[in-house]
Design a binder for this molecule. Sequence first.
Ligand code: HEM
Length: 222
Amino acid sequence: MTDRSDRSIRNQWGRISAHLLGGVPLILLGWQLVQGRLGFNPVESVLRWTGRLALGLLLLSLSVTPIRKIFKISAISAMRKPLGLYAALYAFLHFSVFALWDYQLNIRQIYLEISNKPFILLGMIALLILLVLAATSFRFWQRKLGRKWVWLHRSVYAAALLVILHYLLAVKGDLFSLQGAYAPPLIAAGILVLLLILRIPAIQQCLRPTFTQQEPDQPASD
Ligand code: HEM
């Protein structure tokens, strides 16, 4: 098999895996909703799950490049864009549940809710960034914007940071005495810090030999 068709099959597997990761939870959530299995407050359940899935997929899409570089698994490159697009889709669904389902687009009520819970504003800014990144994720914009595209798409880290703050502030409890369900947003914050550290070229170079060492009689993977 030629190198090219080999690479295109690996890319296809990468894309299929990303669609499974992004699509299956949506189908399961829809199914649970239709079956009435989301408890006595389905709006809150859907709001929570779409938010968590959006954040999870966002962090997964950010993990693709470090994993590819450190473990030299080029096949997963194809996962980054669909995972990012799914994250934006879930974030948009999350917003729609809030604005359309919970508040029936009652602008006055939404404004009052934002005044009481400023963490919603952080989510709105993050959503705006994710939607701009999703809209410009196509090759046309990549070619049109050139170097600026790379800088624009780095703002995904700012979006992830805003989402984690949004999550931390949405938790009911006290962060300083850790009373409340703070573990998930703190784990997400730890993952984001790790991903930022793994972007440092010197760290990548240090880790590469450790993880890409071949078994004596195995062929090189990439
Ligand atoms: C217009 C934008 C947004 C609005 C209006 C919004 C609204 C909300 C609200 C009202 C909650 C509290 C839910 C509760 O108390 O149970 C919440 C929680 C959350 N949101 Fe958002 N959000 C927005 C953007 C985002 C984005 C962009 C993400 C992720 C990419 C996100 C992820 C989350 C997460 C993870 C939670 C916590 C869920 C949990 O309790 O487990 N939000 N959001």
